[in-house]
Design a protein around this ligand. Structure first.
Ligand code: SF4
Length: 329
């Protein structure tokens, strides 16, 4: 079955906007619904790593490692990072198959900044990933300021024959917060990057963004504005993270010095509820929070360690506020 492109997917989703039954009873539109609609089967992502660094870690233009980032560049499977791509695909595919019982896969080039590596390496990675008959496409994780014309051309070319998704680490559109976290790009650069992908790589390239909540200066008004901004951008999905403290990060130093206090579960859930209330229900959600990612490296807050309990706590809080995605549009 040919996959739906972004425009076709939006048309498909239009008649079922805010359908809690279709959302599996959840107060938000889960990405699994999009995958099922696009590919006609349950599809899960298989994280792999081919990049070895990013502009921040390399000190490009005086940049520094993002304040929250651990040494593995946000990679899910640190133990096999650096292994041959083929063995990563096969090992991680067997892990997600066991966990999620899926038979179709999207290979997700996750760690560091995937487009901060040689283009030939990226293309070879795509070709290898797509050589597996149960792979239905590829997804690339990157930053909004690492989008060369050659990269955009490559995505366009591959999107003619398979699904190509891009996940942009935006984190925040607020310049003060971006400076505090040492991202090395501004909110306007993030917007421009997203718009460039839509224009230059074309509508068949699916674009999602990562956002983080829990910044020291964050407030409800900002969360609402962020949701409204998302609605105006050419994106189809959002992944939410809660800012938490991992070992050996600059944020850990601030935390130990008493200069940073992580957001509590209740406040975080309230912010997520507000965000959902104002978010276009056609935009899919990958997840509401990053929970229990790295048990051994987690310093704070403790609620991140308790995946099921904290997820349920968030859902209860969202429900108690009467919130659901698109409610206040
Ligand atoms: S979050 Fe991404 S850009 Fe920032 S230091 Fe980590 S890998 Fe580099």
């Amino acid at each position: 079955m040919p996959h739906l492109d972004t425009h076709e997917l939006k048309l498909f989703l239009e008649p079922m906007i805010i359908d809690r039954a279709l959302w599996g009873g959840k107060p938000y539109h889960p990405i699994s619904l999009d995958y099922k609609s696009r590919f006609g089967a349950k599809v899960v992502k298989v994280p792999v790593s081919i990049a070895e660094s990013c502009p921040n870690r390399d000190g490009f233009k005086g940049m520094k490692t993002c304040i929250f980032c651990d040494e593995h560049g946000s990679f899910a499977y640190a133990d096999s990072q650096g292994d041959e791509l083929k063995s990563q695909i096969e090992l991680h595919r067997s892990k997600v198959t066991e966990r999620f019982n899926a038979a179709k896969f999207l290979i997700y080039f996750q760690a560091y900044t995937t487009t901060f590596t040689a283009l030939t390496k990226l293309k070879n990675g795509f070709d290898l990933a797509l050589s597996y008959p149960d792979t239905v496409g590829v997804i690339v994780g990157t930053r909004p300021d690492c989008l060369s014309e050659a990269v955009l051309r490559t995505w366009k070319e591959y999107s003619e024959k398979t699904f190509v998704g891009v996940e942009i680490g935006v984190q925040s559109f607020d310049d003060d917060q971006l400076t505090w976290m040492r991202r090395g790009h501004t909110g306007s650069q993030a917007i421009r990057g997203i718009e460039r992908i839509a224009k230059e790589a074309g509508p068949k390239v699916d674009v999602g963004i990562h956002l983080m909540f829990g910044w020291p200066t964050e407030n409800d008004k900002q969360i609402i504005e962020t949701a409204k901004l998302c609605n105006s951008l050419p994106i189809t999905n959002v992944k939410l993270h809660n800012l938490h403290v991992l070992a050996k990060t600059p944020l850990a130093d601030l935390y130990h010095a008493g200069e940073f206090e992580p957001i509590d579960l209740d406040t975080y859930a309230h912010r997520v509820a507000l965000f959902l209330d104002h978010l276009d229900p056609r935009i899919a959600i990958h997840r509401l929070a990053a929970l229990s990612n790295r048990w051994d490296e987690l310093i704070a807050p403790e609620w991140v360690r308790h995946k099921m309990r904290s997820f349920q706590g968030m859902i209860d809080r969202i429900e108690s506020e009467g919130s659901f995605q698109g409610r206040l549009l």
